[in-house]
Write a protein that binds this ligand. Structure first.
Ligand code: FES
Length: 146
């Protein structure tokens, strides 16, 4: 597949998550809730995660933001469901490395998240792509401190 076709495919995956977000809404019985905003634009995310026996049993998000931030939140909630917390944090690190153009561990199957790799070329959008992931990390870390 040529680079142009791949770019187009990635764009379609991003727009599909934006228009048909997975896991949009709130959880009644979440283990933790996080609100975070992107200070550069004010867009925000509200994230609920339910953890049972160290596994992410459910994750939902709500908020307002650009297509990249909302698509990334949809992909993130999809990716971490059913994973243990350690793996979810590892995915976040891999994604952050991908966004910063660093070498990253590709042992993990990131699924649709791969479609966001082109965002690394647009530094102003990296915060959009990482907003949901930072919220997830903050929630996990705050929970562990309790
Ligand atoms: Fe606000 Fe992307 S422009 S999160």
């Amino acid at each position: 597949m040529s680079f142009n076709n791949l770019d187009q495919l990635y764009r379609q995956v991003i727009m599909d998550h934006y228009k048909n977000p997975r896991n949009k809404g709130t959880l009644e019985d979440g283990t933790f809730t996080v609100d975070m905003n992107n200070p550069t634009c004010g867009d925000r995310i509200h994230l609920n995660i339910k953890v049972v026996d160290g596994l992410v049993e459910d994750a939902k998000f709500d908020g307002e933001g650009c297509s990249i931030s909302m698509a990334s939140a949809s992909m993130m909630t999809q990716a971490i469901k059913g994973k243990d917390i350690e793996t979810a944090l590892k995915m976040s690190k891999v994604f952050s490395d991908m966004m910063q153009g660093n070498e990253y561990d590709d042992d993990l199957d990131l699924g649709d998240i791969e479609a966001l790799q082109g965002v690394a070329k647009f530094p102003a959008r990296i915060k959009c792509a990482t907003l949901a992931w930072k919220a997830m990390e903050k929630g996990v870390n705050t929970k562990e401190e309790q």
